[in-house]
Design a protein around this ligand. Structure first.
Ligand SMILES: NC(=O)c1ccc[n+]([C@@H]2O[C@H](COP(=O)([O-])OP(=O)(O)OC[C@H]3O[C@@H](n4cnc5c(N)ncnc54)[C@H](OP(=O)(O)O)[C@@H]3O)[C@@H](O)[C@H]2O)c1
Length: 277
């Protein structure tokens, strides 16, 4: 009788013969030994990202600028879950404050090797006639200047270690070309271009650069948005449910992990199918 190829002995033989490059043993997603800065993580999506990275074992910096009490509450939530975390106040659009943020992180938690570029100011939607250049500049400061400053400050130690994760938070508004939102959409588009260029530039150093682009995921700042607006958006989502902050946290901790070691320059939409095709 022919021996079954699934017998224990055959499996062991097959495994022994498998070439190194085909080793499909799962690699640990744990982020033990890593230090992450999540910009703007006192609330909203940033808080969920900090929780996800911390739950995977990373030490985490909760960065904030205006809301100390909110940051303290978030820090308490993280530490209650056994996550090693520190809160550090810094305006992520200021070169001096970004350099200090990175120095303080090193002193308190160790050299940061994961950065999630998430912080945002308010984003009012208006027709072009009602925007001024100062607002455009603010959008560029948050979504282009800030990723540049953080990356420049963290790069020397990432390059030395030959390991790093740079994750930009984009938005589906770029792919959808959402109207009455031009400065925000333009800045998120610029951030997407920066992600792609940096991914190619830093790949030889084993540093991955990716983007995660959420759809509308209601957070604290959306509490008072009109119900009709919310219902209208929800009706468009192919998955017929709202995204939740944890949907973003999950993909971020995956992209930061060893399991995503060969993924760079990608833009992952987290929006229930809004931008398929
Ligand atoms: N939620 C969504 O539906 C959605 C959809 C697509 C994309 N996004 C993107 O996801 C990211 C997070 O959005 P969100 O909705 O979670 O925003 P959010 O709830 O308003 O949180 C913004 C965070 O940024 C911080 N921040 C503001 N100014 C800062 C500064 N100068 N320096 C450092 N931190 C600063 C805030 O802290 P302080 O208040 O203490 O300053 C807060 O922690 C943004 O990049 C946004 O464009 C969100």
């Amino acid at each position: 009788m022919k021996k079954s190829v699934t017998s224990g002995r055959s499996r062991a033989k097959a495994k022994a013969k498998a070439p190194k490059g085909l080793d499909i043993e799962p690699r640990s997603p744990a982020l033990d030994g890593h230090v992450a800065i999540v910009t703007g993580s006192s609330k909203g999506l940033g808080k969920a990202i900090a929780l996800a990275l911390g739950s995977a074992g990373a030490k985490v910096v909760v960065n904030y600028y205006h809301g100390r009490e909110q940051a303290q509450a978030t820090l308490a939530e993280l530490t209650e879950r056994g996550i090693v975390a520190e809160m550090i106040r810094a305006d992520v659009t200021s070169e001096r404050q970004v350099q200090k943020l990175v120095r303080d992180t090193e002193k308190k938690l160790g050299k940061p090797d994961i950065v999630v570029l998430n912080a945002t100011p308010d984003q009012p939607q208006k027709p072009i006639e009602q925007y001024d250049w100062a607002f455009h500049q603010q959008m560029l400061d948050f979504f282009v200047k800030s990723p540049f400053l953080l990356t420049r400050a963290m790069l020397p130690s990432m390059k030395k270690k030959k390991w790093g994760r740079i994750i930009n938070i984009g938005s589906e508004v770029f792919r959808r070309g959402v109207p009455n939102f031009s400065p925000y959409v333009a800045a998120k588009g610029a951030q997407a271009g920066w992600t792609r260029s940096m991914a190619s530039e830093l790949a030889p150093f084993n540093i991955t650069v990716n983007m995660v682009s959420p759809g509308w995921i209601p957070v604290e700042r959306h509490d008072k948005d009109p119900k009709a607006l919310k219902d209208g958006y929800k009706a468009l989502i192919p998955m017929r449910r709202w995204g939740v902050p944890g949907d973003v946290g999950g993909i971020i901790s995956f992209l930061a992990s060893e399991q995503a070691a060969f993924i760079t320059g990608q833009d992952v939409a987290v929006n229930g199918g809004m931008t398929v095709g």
